[in-house]
Design a protein around this ligand. Structure first.
Ligand SMILES: *Cc1c(COP(=O)(O)O)cnc(C)c1O
Length: 354
């Protein structure tokens, strides 16, 4: 038997989630497949969405070229634009769309000797204060881009800092700032990530940018009748079982000591697979559908779980996250978000279905 850790990727759920994003958004939606599709496999996910997606979003040109070479012909947007002027030739060659977030990029584009006319998503900093042109510079930048002769199509974009927080006024403020700074420019717009698509329907503009919701993540606490479905099931198996009396310490650092006779199962999944080491005793797992808990420290290749009173033995399947156990629950136990857990999965066998 080979090592049983498997990430099963449900491509039908991925398609369902994309269509849900489209329906909720009401306009066009880029499927964000950066970071290897949040750990789900960029090429397989993009191929599974190719006939329904309006386009794709990635973080870097290497990710875009990988998709082009796998036969993806839909628009691909570089969400952070280019890092060096030398990339402009590749953007042209692979017919990519590019974000533009800084004045130095306006200069480089205007100075480019290439014949190509680029599709540019000009990004405004409406309040996140990470990337984007200052609202006061936006109009001039757009005018310079239009005058440069280097631009075919322009979109005005911005990104929300707190779209997942429904009780915050940060998102309406960002929308107002964006609308004021783009008034009269007559540009298509793109504002919403998953949180915006799910929770801020008046913010949608022409293009959504759906990331985590494609993979079944929340991006918001809002409860909807039709919720994104989990795409990744991370499953392993019990590879060893032992019965211990009360008073025995388990694993590194003796972080858990049995307070009663305990049946301990060892599961083939550890932090080298991307499972967070920081989770405490009590973090849930599903043992053949029965909820149980991690006991003791997660180690590099294995973890120990409580099988006391459960119908379980060597070979019993153990779900780390997926249907019945949202990754966001494990993420909360680790003090992080499901995005990070998905991105970190490695060394598992990937099995694509649907
Ligand atoms: C990653 C990213 C997204 C997707 O965000 P989610 O919260 O995963 O939906 C959208 N827009 C930009 C600019 C991004 O970098």
């Amino acid at each position: 038997m080979s090592r049983p850790l498997t990430a099963t990727i449900d491509l039908a759920a991925l398609r369902h989630n994309y269509l849900l994003a489209k329906r909720l958004h009401g306009g066009k939606v880029l499927a964000i497949v950066k970071a290897n599709a949040y750990g789900h496999g960029a090429v397989r996910c993009a191929q599974a969405l190719a006939d329904i997606a309006d386009g794709f979003g990635v973080a870097a040109i290497e990710e875009a070229i990988q998709l082009r070479e796998a036969g993806i012909v839909q628009p691909i947007l570089l969400l952070e634009g280019w890092f060096e002027a030398s990339e402009l030739a590749q953007i042209a060659r692979y017919d990519l769309w590019t974000a533009l977030h800084s004045l130095w990029q306006v200069d480089e584009l205007a100075a480019s000797p290439l014949e190509h006319r680029f599709t540019v998503w000009a990004k405004m900093d409406s309040g996140m204060h990470r990337l984007g042109l200052h609202p006061d510079d936006f109009r001039t930048a757009v005018e310079r881009l239009r005058a440069s002769g280097k631009v075919r199509d322009l979109v005005a974009m911005s990104h929300f800092a707190r779209a997942d927080e429904l009780d915050s006024d940060a998102t309406p403020k960002q929308i107002a700032r964006f609308e004021a700074a783009t008034a009269g420019l007559n540009l298509p717009t793109s504002l919403s990530n998953s949180g915006g698509i799910l929770a801020w329907s008046h913010a949608h503009g022409d293009w959504g940018r759906a990331g985590i919701m494609l993979y079944g993540g929340a991006g918001t606490d809002r409860v909807l009748p039709d919720w994104p479905q989990p795409v990744m099931q991370l499953d392993s198996k019990v590879i060893s079982v032992r019965d211990l009396p009360a008073g025995e310490a388990i694993g590194y650092g003796a972080r858990f000591v049995t307070d009663a006779p305990t049946r301990v199962g060892v599961v083939a999944c550890g932090y080298a697979d991307g499972y967070p080491r920081v989770v405490p005793t009590g973090t849930p797992v599903l043992v053949n559908g029965q909820r149980s808990r991690i006991i003791g420290r997660v180690s590099m290749d294995m973890m120990t779980i409580d099988l006391t009173g459960l119908d379980a033995d060597i070979g019993t399947p153990v779900r780390l996250w997926g249907d019945g156990l949202p990754a966001s629950e494990i993420a909360a136990a680790a003090g992080t978000i499901d995005y990070e857990l998905f991105c970190n999965v490695k060394r598992a066998r990937f099995d694509y279905q649907g």
